[in-house]
Design a protein around this ligand. Structure first.
Ligand code: M6R
Length: 610
């Protein structure tokens, strides 16, 4: 996690670094800092606890001048979010920003203390600063050489950018597990964790590869690969849009992103349905061959993306007839597993940089899955670059930490894939057409659900004093209940759990009393009668029920049940549709509770540490 920006130019760079940090806040926002070498060669460093805004205010009060500098927004791993632990870290003339984890920092720290180095922070990063200082002092070598020597001693997944105040003409960057990109200017160059940070200054980029170390001056870029051999990396002209710049009149990015779902789904479907049939020719000719061989699907992801995968398991098995397993990436990567024959390995990720998901993909490649696929929202991400097959969600930039439009577009892509793989097996054309029809109707259906916003806002007021909430669903609505619980807990800090409604009597029923809100996802389908029995179990014990159903459900509100009657939706896409009111509920509860909706405490948008 954490965001890094560096600049080497012939103009003042403080504003460039600050703007870059603001754009990287999705990677962490518990403290931020910046170091610039003044034109006289003095190090100027400012660090603040809290968001980049705090840093900006401090620099507005005491402006900095200088042409070479590095900056950082932090998500604490080692050491609390304090000013002392904030980056950049310094060892005499060496200045370091770092993202990721140095796993062997403890023995290195002890070794450096024995040599007389004094540690001022609790971070793992500070060992890099002292190791570089020690190496340069001993070897009398360049910063570039010193980084190559020091990197060999570090274990873990990280990205780092360093500078030497005695030589403001060079920045050195090293990538080992966390992405770094070099932005190319005219007579100036930049480095960042993500190209988004640099779009105000350039659209030409070099993406560093795993193990690369780069020496960046104003006019030159020199790169060695993981074997310390000089390499040339391709320059890429970016056409990415940074559409997160403003909230378009909405109060929060999360609210904007909930409202963008109809268009995001439309964009995700564009050119992928032709004459009522799914067209995924973008995958290339090899895909058809692979698809006909698939006997099993293994899905691996984290958080909301995992929930999306879990839902699709119901669809792959019921509609496409293909056995499917879904697992959390951090579990998958560390357990001994039995690989199924002819298994397609699918990773889902909004960012494409989630450390556990990436590690799982790499493991799947080693294990020799039939093929690997990434379903991802960021075309330039590591996941997309490393997977054999790629299907992009076209949600547009998602800024809110709570994932909303990324989730519903992941489900949209998964449903397209269900139809495609189903047809390569035994699915009828009629079922495929029912799927595409339901998908094409979905944006309008979601527009209709969004008109329930004020009704849901009123409902949210009833959650203000609650400490806990239970979400229930059956079938593919069970993972939707999981996603709804995740949304509520993540942004309102109310403890929320989800259960398959049939599980209630096996334990959770003990929690039910008049204080416990129970939110039920109850679309009109074959399972509704079963669900009604579960609802009665809650009612009989005095639980407060909030039921999201359809107009034709026959549910009637009374003292113990509040029914939110939603308009008709096609059964195939009901799970996607029923997600939206739960997003609105979480949003309004958080709003009433006054939490930081877009950047909830302790979290980050992109989880690049394991
Ligand atoms: O970028 P990814 O989709 O791989 O991220 C996975 C999770 O970190 C993410 O979905 C997280 O759970 C969200 N904050 C949930 O809203």
């Amino acid at each position: 996690m954490c965001g890094i920006v560096g600049a080497i130019a012939k103009r003042d760079i403080a504003e460039i670094l600050l703007e870059g940090l603001k754009r990287l806040e999705y990677r962490g926002y518990d403290s931020a800092g910046l170091a610039i070498i003044s034109p006289e060669g003095q190090l100027q460093r400012v660090r603040r606890v809290g968001k980049v805004k705090e840093l900006q205010d401090a620099i507005d009060d005491n402006p900095l001048s200088g042409y070479t500098g590095i900056a950082h927004t932090r998500w604490a791993t080692h050491g609390e979010p304090t000013e002392l632990n904030a980056h950049p870290h310094v060892s005499d003339f060496i200045v370091v920003v770092h993202n990721g984890i140095i796993e062997n920092f403890e023995p290195l720290r002890e070794m450096l203390i024995a040599k007389g180095y004094q540690f001022r922070s609790e971070t793992d990063t500070e060992v890099i600063a002292h190791l570089l200082h020690d190496t340069i002092t001993k070897e009398q070598c360049s910063l570039f050489t010193a980084v190559q020597l020091v990197i060999r001693q570090l274990k873990g997944a990280y990205g780092t950018v360093v500078m030497d105040t005695r030589n403001p003409d060079v920045l050195v960057a090293a990538r080992s597990g966390s992405p770094l990109v070099i932005g190319l200017g005219v007579g100036e160059n930049f480095i960042a964790s993500d190209q988004l940070a640099l779009l105000p200054v350039t659209r030409r980029f070099i993406f560093l590869e795993e193990g690369d170390i780069a020496e960046v001056t104003r006019r030159n870029i020199k790169i060695v690969d993981k074997n310390y051999q000089l390499v040339e990396r391709e320059q890429i002209e970016s056409d990415i849009k940074y559409d997160a710049g403003d909230k378009a009149g909405f109060r929060h990015y999360m609210q904007k992103e909930i409202y963008e779902q109809p268009i995001a789904i439309k964009n995700t479907l564009e050119n992928r349905i032709k004459h009522g049939l799914v067209d995924l020719s973008e995958l290339g000719g090899q895909a058809e061959n692979i698809f006909s061989k698939i006997e099993h699907i293994q899905i691996v992801a984290c958080g909301t993306a995992y929930n999306a995968g879990f839902i699709s398991r119901y669809w792959f098995e019921s509609l496409a007839g293909i056995p499917c397993d879904v697992e959390i990436a951090s579990e998958f990567r560390y357990r001994k597993r039995a690989k199924r024959k002819n298994s397609l390995f699918i990773t889902l990720s909004q960012s494409g940089e989630t450390a556990d998901t990436l590690a799982a993909l790499r493991l799947a490649k080693e294990l020799g899955y039939l093929s690997t696929m990434a379903i991802c929202n960021v075309a330039t991400s590591t996941l997309v670059r490393e997977a054999d097959l790629v299907l992009l969600t076209k949600a547009g930039t998602e800024v809110g930490v709570a994932s909303t439009k990324a989730f519903t577009t992941q489900l949209t892509v998964l449903m397209l894939l269900v139809a495609k793989l189903g047809r390569a097996h035994n699915m009828s054309e009629q079922t495929e057409k029912a799927i595409t029809h339901a998908l094409q109707a979905l944006p309008n259906r979601i527009e209709q659900v969004l008109t329930f916003d004020s009704q849901i806002e009123k409902l949210a007021a009833r959650f203000i004093d609650k400490q806990h909430a239970l979400f229930l669903g059956r079938g593919d609505e069970y993972p939707i209940a999981m996603e709804a619980a995740l949304k509520l807990k993540e942004i309102s800090y109310i403890h929320a759990e989800a259960y398959a409604a049939g599980e209630l009597k096996h334990g959770p029923l003990a929690l039910i009393d008049k204080e416990m809100p129970v939110i039920v996802m109850a679309p009109t389908n074959d399972l509704q009668e079963k669900l009604k029995s579960n609802i009665e179990e809650v009612r009989a014990r005095g639980g407060q029920l909030y039921i999201f159903a359809q107009e034709d459900s026959g549910f009637v509100s009374d003292d113990s049940m509040t029914i939110i009657s939603l308009p008709h939706v096609e059964e195939i896409t009901a799970a996607i549709y029923f997600t939206v009111p739960t997003q609105l509920l979480a949003y309004h509860v958080a709003l009433i509770k006054g939490t930081d909706v877009d950047q909830p405490r302790n979290l980050a948008k992109s989880v690049t540490v394991e």
